[in-house]
Structure formats: C-alpha cells, structure tokens
Design a protein. Structure first.
Length: 326
C-alpha cells in the first residue's frame, strides 16, 4: 500500500485501474471514455491498458448501455457504467428502477447483480439547468440500490473499489466541482468495505452540520468561521444515502442540541427531509431549536455565473443559519 497526494479525479482512475487489474471480468462502458479518457478524464489511461473490449465507447444511448450492463452482470461480468452527467440518469431511469434494482429480489436471491453506475453531477461549473444536478434523491425511494456520495479523494477511491466488489447494484454519485480537489489517498488497498453510515469529520459541542458531496467542504469552511466566533460545530459527511443510517447523527444531536442539514438539491424531496424526520423521531427531546435545512431554491439551475453562485449554499449562509438557531 502507498499513500500519496492525488486529486479526486486521479483517485477515481486509480480505483478503476486496480479493480480492472484485479478481475478480468470487470469492464467499463460510457460515452467518450475510450481513447479520449472520458469527458472529465475519469477514465484516463484505461483504454491504453485494457483495450476496447473492456473500455467500451458507447453511443449516446443511456437506456441501451445501462440495460446491457444488466445482461452482462447476469452472465458473469462485473460491469461499470459511467453516466457523463448525473442529469442523464433520467434517460435510463426505467432500466435502473425496474430492472437492475429489482432483479436479484425477483430471482429469489439466486443471481448476483454486480453493477456499478458512476454518475458525475453537481453545480458550480456553469453547465446550466440540464447538466448541473446531483441527482442524490432521485433513486432514494428504490429498494435494491445502494447509493454512496464521496466528498474527498480518499472517499472516491475507497467507495468506488468497494462498490465494484459488491454483488449488488451500487450508484456512485461523484461531483464535478470536486474533480481537482487534492488529498491523501492510500492506494493498493485490497480489503475495502462499503461505508454503512455517516462520518464525523470535525468534532464540536455547539451544533451539528450534516452535508454531502461538495457541501461537505462548505460545511467545514463554515465551521472555521464559527470557531472564530467561539462556536464549535460538529461536521458530519452523510456518505451513504441508501441505506440511510442516522444513528451517528442522532448521537451528535444529543450532544449539540442543534441540527443543520446542507444539500445541493432543491428543497422539495431532498434527502435532508429524511434526515430531519428521523432525527426528530429519534432525538426530539434533545433539540433546542427546530432543525434547519439549507438547500437550493425550488427552481432550475441558471447558467448566469452570478445567479448560479447565489443559488448554491455558501459557508456564510451555513454559519449564519447555525448562529440563528443558537
């Protein structure tokens, strides 16, 4: 095992390389992932090492190649699918929801469905309404899927390796605004486990902040601002959206008595509502104020840089919300 500084993008590539070397049945499909290395360079070098049979450029037909992944899984392969923009999950929604997620159950557990769907989403890079969604909550109501959200290079590496080795379908949501983020990653790890719940990134006794993907960094920055004012906020990375485990979050709220949840999705239907509902159910007596949800406004993402920046939750907004509850 080797620990080195790498970007979120490089961590994804490292995980893919290691797992494709580990098992010759593992292959990846997607649009423009071959010689060009992928639109966001998350498959760079794979085509040269593994060839066109295992790094397959596909037509612009998500329904077709996501459906093909199910057929491959049923016949002994371990397919990985890259969805260029998470927004395009809507194109292959039926294949995922009514096919991939249900097949193992409908076979009485007799067949494995080892499929990984990587979807690259998120705002902040001026891709406008149809190419800036994280799609975090779209699949949360679907039994049979696992959903993970890496917020750092180390998480991107570990979650992807664990997902590829899992015998169930896993949706890995990556964030394009994090692709250049750097951090230490221990590579060459063979014993990887899928995260089963949230993780405390920073301890604190005055408030609990829960976030996902790019909002984790915003939450940590907000905690820095609050510390300068004598307020210690605990920052939790949600990490796994399905299955959703709030035990650690409830324990945190029992210590801090304040809950703020931050997500890069529209307010209606966001995962933060599930977290708030579960915390209220399990730890209501410990809350000193109503839980706060910080989300995107309920309208599509604008292309205008000024408007996009105004929509995305900021460290200042998070810090101000915490102070308002205290």
């Amino acid at each position: 095992m080797t620990t080195r500084e790498m970007t979120y993008r490089e961590a994804i590539v490292a995980a893919l390389q290691e797992e494709m070397r580990h098992d010759s049945r593992t292959l990846i499909m997607g649009e423009d992932i071959g010689e060009s290395g992928g639109p966001f360079k998350t498959c760079q070098g794979l085509y040269e090492e593994f060839g066109a049979a295992r790094v397959r450029d596909t037509p612009i037909a998500e329904t077709g190649f996501v459906g093909a992944a199910l057929g491959l899984a049923l016949t002994g392969y371990r397919p990985i699918v890259e969805i260029m923009f998470a927004d395009f999950l809507g194109v292959c929604f039926d294949q995922i929801v009514n096919g991939i997620a249900k097949h193992r159950f409908m076979s009485g557990g007799k067949v494995d469905i080892p499929i990984v769907i990587r979807a690259i989403g998120g705002a902040g890079l001026r891709f406008a309404a149809q190419h800036s969604q994280t799609a975090e909550s779209w699949m949360m109501s679907v039994p049979g899927l696992k959903i993970v959200c890496p917020s750092s290079p180390a998480e991107a590496y570990g979650m992807l390796k664990a997902a590829i080795r899992d015998n169930n379908p896993v949706l890995v949501l990556e964030h394009k605004a994090l692709l250049s983020m750097k951090g230490p990653v221990e590579t060459g790890v063979d014993d990887v486990e899928m995260p089963t719940g949230p993780k405390i990134l920073r301890g604190g006794a005055d408030a609990t902040i829960v976030a996902s993907l790019a909002m984790v960094g915003k939450a940590l920055a907000a905690a820095d601002q609050l510390r300068a004012e004598g307020i210690e906020a605990e920052v939790i990375d949600i990490r796994t959206l399905r299955p959703l485990n709030v035990d650690l979050i409830c324990d945190s709220v029992r210590r801090t008595n304040i809950l703020v949840v931050v997500e890069e999705q529209a307010r209606t239907g966001g995962w933060s509502s599930n977290v708030v509902a579960d915390v209220v159910s399990e730890a209501f007596d410990y809350l000193d104020a109503p839980p706060a949800r910080i989300t995107l406004p309920d309208h599509p993402m604008p292309y205008s840089p000024a408007l996009e920046d105004a929509m995305i939750p900021s460290p200042e907004t998070i810090a101000a919300t915490v102070k308002s509850l205290l």
